[in-house]
Design a protein around this ligand. Structure first.
Ligand code: FES
Length: 211
C-alpha cells in the first residue's frame, strides 16, 4: 500500500522545526480550524526597524499535516519582512512538502492563518494597520469565531456562547452565556479581551456573564 504522506511531510512531522513558545513575543495568535476544530498558536519576534521576522515558533494542537506545514511555514517566514511573510500561501507550503492528501488542505490553511494572524496582531499593536474602518458587530463577531469553546472544541459563536455584542463609542460589551463561576469563564474572558483589544478604535471591553 502506498503511504499517503511524502518523505518530507514525515520528516517535518517527526522532527518539526521552530516548535515551542517565545517569551514576550512581539506578535502572537491562536487560530482554530472551522473544518476540524484543531488549533495552532504562532509567536513572532520582529525587528522594529526592518520589520523582519527574527524569530518564530509555533505550538500545534492539530494533526501530522498541520505540524509538518507549521514547521515548513515557520522556516519560510524566518528572516522575511512582514509583507513578504504575509504572501506565503498554503499551496506554496504544500508544494515545499512534496504534496499533502487533498483532504488535508485545511490543515495547511490553518498553519498559514496562524502566521498571518500573528503578523496582524503585531501590526495592530504597533498601529501599522492602514485600513482603519470603524469596528462593527460583524468584525467583533468574526474575531470571536477564533475562540474555541473548550467544552465542545467548536468556536464560541457557533456554539451560541455569545449572547450579546454591543458597541458604543469605543466600548465593546459582550455577554457570555455561562455563569461567572464556570471553570472556563476566566479564560474565555481573557481570550475575548485579547482578540478584540487590538482593534484600533476599541478603548474598553466589558465581558459579562449570565449571573
Ligand atoms: Fe485538524 Fe489536520 S485535521 S489540523
Amino acid at each position: 500500500m502506498k503511504f499517503p504522506y511524502s518523505e518530507k511531510v514525515l520528516e517535518h512531522f517527526r522532527h518539526p522545526h521552530n516548535v515551542g513558545k517565545l517569551e514576550n513575543p512581539d506578535g502572537k495568535a491562536t487560530e482554530g480550524s472551522p473544518a476540524c476544530g484543531d488549533m495552532v498558536s504562532v509567536y513572532i519576534k520582529v525587528d522594529s526597524e526592518t520589520k523582519t521576522i527574527q524569530d518564530i515558533k509555533f505550538e500545534s494542537y492539530g494533526c501530522a499535516s498541520n505540524i509538518a506545514t507549521s514547521s515548513i511555514i515557520t522556516d519560510m517566514a524566518k528572516g522575511k519582512t512582514l509583507d513578504e511573510a504575509k504572501l506565503i500561501t498554503w499551496q506554496q507550503a504544500t508544494e515545499a512538502l512534496g504534496g499533502l492528501p487533498p483532504i488535508k488542505a485545511h490543515c495547511s490553511v490553518l498553519a498559514v492563518e496562524g502566521l498571518r494572524a500573528a503578523i496582524q496582531n503585531y501590526e495592530e499593536k504597533h498601529g501599522l494597520v492602514s485600513e482603519k474602518s470603524p469596528t462593527t458587530i460583524e468584525i467583533v463577531n468574526n474575531r470571536l469565531k477564533k475562540i474555541m469553546n473548550p467544552l465542545t472544541g467548536l468556536d464560541v459563536v457557533k456554539t451560541n456562547l455569545i449572547k450579546k455584542i454591543e458597541i458604543d463609542n469605543g466600548k465593546v460589551s459582550i455577554i457570555v452565556d455561562l455563569p461567572s463561576t464556570h471553570q472556563f469563564a476566566a479564560s474565555i474572558k481573557e481570550e475575548v479581551k485579547e482578540k478584540i483589544g487590538t482593534l484600533w478604535d476599541v478603548k474598553e471591553i466589558v465581558v459579562d456573564f449570565i449571573d
